[in-house]
Ligand binder design. Structure first.
Ligand code: XIL
Length: 319
């Protein structure tokens, strides 16, 4: 057998994982692969734990969607990468009102204590803050940032740490894979100041969404990881998918995609401190890409009929 998590662990990673989402839970052929801990050693709820699902209206918490996926990890013994506590997207409108610093601090405290408390002991890691920086290196003007400045990040990590001391706490973002751009430099500075303020940031998650033929090289990613590892214990690729920008694609494009995936996984393998790779779903059937980028897609390791693509085979032979 050449299943990804089994191979990844033999190669020294902690896991090879995937995001899964609630609508696919009733697809038995899909679930046979998703629940196979030799294939995927970690699962991430693609949506269920986000603010809009867990606290759509203030003070009313709901965990049905998140639990449906967390329960799978309980049954299979797969790790659960929990995702995500504080993000400007999928944020209910009530959080976006103009709040004072103190009000926002209380809102964050209540949200994080409740959600992290609910999943206490189940999360191998938490993506505590997601996408706080802009590509140009400035802070994103989110409702949290507007109310509290960068203290919202420090506060979020401190609150998460006290609610579940055993979860590894990550800062997660996109376009921070290819060293070294303004966003990477600013993220590094932000993390240093948050750490200096006393917040426990254990890991940096590089989402790893990219495009076939335009994907960062192994060398560029290794350089990025070395930088972040000056500050934190570990890094991971947390949401990898590599999309074709025009469809349909032929064999040459599929082979290029395979080489691009190999760069990412190879960068992790060659970086002590890179603990694992998570793909943002494993089949083109359920990928978020066509919804987000119309006309683009086929970004995953399996095609829409759950057949393994060249990218799968190349990653497996690398591992
Ligand atoms: C995506 C989900 O996959 C979609 O189903 C949803 O509609 C939008 O969010 N960065 C992240 C993820 O951190 O949470 C996003 O997930 C993809 C981009």
């Amino acid at each position: 057998t050449c299943q990804l998590n089994k191979l990844a662990k033999e190669a020294g990673l902690e896991y090879f994982g995937t995001a899964i989402d609630n609508p696919s839970l009733n697809n038995q052929n899909y679930m046979r692969i998703a629940r196979d801990s030799d294939e995927f050693g970690s699962i991430t709820p693609a949506n269920g734990q986000k603010w809009s699902n867990t606290q759509a209206s203030q003070g009313r918490f709901s965990y049905g969607s998140g639990d449906a996926i967390a329960n799978i990890a309980k049954e299979t013994g797969q790790l659960l990468r929990c995702h995500t506590l504080v993000w400007h997207n999928q944020l209910p409108s009530w959080v976006s009102s103009a709040y004072s610093r103190d009000q926002m601090e209380r809102i964050l405290t209540a949200h994080i204590q409740n959600v992290v408390g609910h999943y206490k002991g189940q999360c191998y890691s938490w993506d505590v803050v997601n996408e706080a920086m802009n590509d140009d290196g400035s802070f994103r003007q989110s409702p949290m940032y507007r109310a509290m400045g960068e203290d919202f990040i420090t506060h979020s990590f401190l609150t998460a740490a006290s609610a579940d001391p055993s979860a590894r706490l990550y800062y997660n973002d996109f376009n921070i894979e290819r060293c070294c751009n303004a966003k990477i430099n600013a993220t590094w500075d932000m993390l240093l100041s948050v750490l200096n303020a006393g917040a426990p940031v254990h890991g940096v998650g590089m989402q790893g969404h990219s495009r076939v033929g335009k994907s960062p090289s192994k060398r560029e990613m290794k350089e990025t990881m070395a930088r972040f590892l000056q500050l934190v214990n570990e890094v991971a690729f947390t949401e990898v998918d590599i999309r074709h920008t025009s469809l349909p694609v032929g064999e040459a494009e599929r082979e290029q995609q395979a080489r691009d995936y190999v760069e990412v996984v190879g960068a992790c393998l060659e970086t002590p401190g890179c603990v694992g790779v998570t793909v943002w779903d494993f089949t083109d059937q359920y990928s978020w890409i066509p919804g987000q980028y119309p006309g683009e897609g086929e970004a995953c390791l399996f095609d829409r009929n759950l057949n393994r693509k060249p990218a799968y085979s190349s990653v497996a032979s690398l591992l």
